[in-house]
Write a new protein. Sequence first.
Length: 494
Amino acid sequence: MKQNAVILSTLLALTIFTEDAGAQKRGGNDYLNNCIEKQVDPLQRAYLQLTYRESENNLYHSSEPWQTAHYDRRGRVSCSRERFFREDTISQKERNFATHIQYSPTELLKRPYWSEQIGNATQNQLVEYPLSIAYYSPIPLLDYAQSRKVTPDKDSDPHFAIYSLKVGESTVRLYVGKSDRLLQKVTKSWNDGMLGDMTETFIYTNFTTLKGLHYPQSIEVVKVHNIRDTVHISSANIVQKISPLLEKPEDYTVEDKGEEIPELHVEKLSEHLYGLNLPQAESRAILVEFKDFLMVVDVPFNSENGDLVLREAEKIAPGKPVRYFAFCHHHPWYLGGVRPFIHRGATVICTEENLDYVRFLATAPHTIEPDSLQLNPSPLIAELVDSIMTISDGEYEVKICHIGKTSAHTSDYLIFYFPLEKIVVQGDLAWIPTEAPITKAGPRQVGLYNGIKEFGLEVETILQTWPISEEPKVKSAFPFSDLEESIHLTEESH
């Protein structure tokens, strides 16, 4: 009898264990599926339509590092599992500018407020677009994660079940609350060739329900340098059908951009100066050869271009070290390739206005795609230009002039004067047409002219390091007389 009781007790325990295991298998502890049951499934084949207000802050072509452009946007998005429509308006100076976007897994149509044209998309843009939609709703991203059958990360967290997956070139982590089974946070991580490891964090709060569908009414996006955007949902509705916002152009294509092979073409400018043209960046670096060392000016975008320039420098002048790296201002076309030069021990010539930014670039982690400085760290060696600096080997020299705000572009602007050739090298201040007649100078062109006059430079030729492509049709090398003519036209118009 006692033996039968033991057997019965064991069978009962096994039954309870089996039922618990079955419940977990059906989703008892499957936080992502539970989340999808709340935030996606009730929508079925319909659309969640949201009216929103957005406060956006973006890095831009600013006069000083880390400045942001602020936009207040209002609009409406309509979102299903796989489709997305957005129409919004930006108001500036009593004018309204509209943007329309239409997305499906096979096409991405955009008509931005600054253009009437609908451009082509790339395959990677299509794959990653659910991350852009996550600014307003995580529905397509959750659906994408479910389709990839992702499982929780092994690392445990007391508050979140964390799911990692690749979305295009980005690593994405979904943070599902263990208590409410709602997606409370998303992180997106990727490599930026200049800034290094980048992470954006989407924080979802103030959840409410609509016909059984849970959705956040407040979204905060935390970006690089703690720059933040906010989205507030003011109203929501579920609709069965959405009319198209845009019509696909007949020549629309989705481009499958393969891996770009970096190029470098050497152009000998004088006995001491070489243009190292980088067509993939529409830019040129300048290599300056002294008696027993080298100097490089302006390398664009990333460490890959920096390595390319260093390898070419070794071919042009074997055995001569690159002692100096300089750049005309802090924008990526000129400073982006600095890290390999720091790794090689070159002195970086900069100004008080951008020194902290150079320090940031020198120490920014590049663990996602490690470069030479990440693999073998070296300290930053920097030298500041106040007004003017001369670098010389006793025979040949360059004068580095800080024209700053005179440039009408950035407060850290440098120009480089080579007295022997009577050449000035600058980044992007002049826009002399290649074919059309010279027109009156804009503010930057006037700034370049004033800077040259301020330092008393005797100039015959001006070299520009960006752009060097055929479009736009502007000269990347031109006589000083062209600049003078544009200035005279400006003076005459006044």
